[in-house]
Design a protein around this ligand. Structure first.
Ligand SMILES: [Fe+2]
Length: 321
């Protein structure tokens, strides 16, 4: 019985730190159902929603169950980009990230390409603070809402999301290994930051893909993204980029990308200073990005590890200057 099954899964979740850590590794209900199956429990998305409605907040088997307090600095720096090689010990986890760069066989690329719209890609150049922004943005939202009613259509049929959410593709032969690599990465990052860390997105940006302007305001706080490509040519005019509007100055900031970078940025939920951002990969190469909810003191943790390391040679989690 699915109802008993979800209850038993919930009981196991409350008792097992390992299962809690696995839940922090996933981002979609499809992954939750798959995880349940691996533990011998069979339930549906509706069963999860129905069961969660009866649990206290801190007991929910939720996909967003860690809360991160956001500080209120007046002169906030909103992003930091590093090369992976500049963060010590990230080389130890690089192989696991490499294994996440998959192209699931369940994605129909011909179908995907049909949904490309050049005007939508160009919308990434329009500032959210400009007068022309709102009507185009509203159009996209309306169109996506109509698509939502038709779910489970593939995620890329939505105009705002012309890319692949890898965590929605669980029925292919690479998924089990992919999940285990994600799990090992969560274990590594929780050791590094000395607190709970949660995956926030596992995304494949094929050539000519984009994620249009959005704010992620329902999950404020710092994100860390590991970003990589399958190939790269620095002399091409088309560049893959992350663009955001500085919430305080309203200035547009465009971060051109290259392989193997780690990006930190801060999402706001104050309606006056939302963190509007968008991503585009107009190149002929594939881009992957894997994101995490991380604590506000992430930089201090990296630096502390560095100090520990200078005192004790061989410390596993050092930060290289
Ligand atoms: Fe985002």
């Amino acid at each position: 019985m699915p109802k008993e099954s979800i209850q038993q899964f919930h009981e196991e979740f409350l008792k097992s730190e390992e299962l809690k850590q696995k839940v922090r590794t996933i981002t979609t209900y499809r992954e939750m159902i798959k995880l349940g199956e691996n533990y011998g429990y069979y339930f549906t998305e509706e069963d999860i929603a129905e069961a969660n409605a009866t649990y206290q907040d801190d007991q929910k088997v939720s996909l967003n169950n860690i809360s991160i307090n956001s500080d209120e600095n007046s002169n906030q720096v909103y992003h930091y980009d590093f090369k992976c090689s500049d963060i010590a010990n990230f080389d130890k986890i690089a192989l696991e990230f490499e294994k996440l760069k998959i192209k699931p066989s369940t994605v129909d690329m011909n179908e995907f390409e049909k949904y490309f719209q050049n005007d939508d890609l160009n919308f990434t150049s329009i500032s959210p603070s400009s007068l022309e922004f709102k009507s185009y943005y509203d159009d996209i939202i309306k169109s996506d809402m109509r698509k939502k009613a038709l779910e489970p259509f593939p995620e890329y049929t939505k105009r705002s999301f012309h890319l692949i959410n890898l965590d929605l593709h669980v029925e292919h032969q690479l998924y089990e290994d992919y999940f285990l690599s994600k799990f090992r990465i969560i274990q590594f990052l929780e050791n590094l930051f000395d607190t709970e860390v949660k995956f926030s997105g596992s995304l494949w940006y094929p050539p000519n893909s984009y994620r249009l302007w959005h704010t992620n305001e329902t999950q404020p706080g710092w994100r860390m993204y590991w970003i990589d490509f399958d190939a790269f040519e620095s002399d091409k005019p088309e560049k893959s980029f992350f663009r955001y509007m500085n919430p305080q100055t309203k200035e547009l900031v465009t971060l051109d990308e290259e392989p193997k970078i780690v990006r930190f940025f801060k999402v706001e939920n104050n309606s006056d200073k939302l963190f509007w951002h968008c991503i585009a990969n107009p190149t002929q190469f594939n881009r992957w990005s894997f994101g995490f909810l991380i604590p506000d003191n992430w930089m201090q943790k990296l630096l502390t590890r560095s100090e520990d390391n200078s005192k004790k040679v061989g410390n596993e989690w050092a930060y290289k200057n």
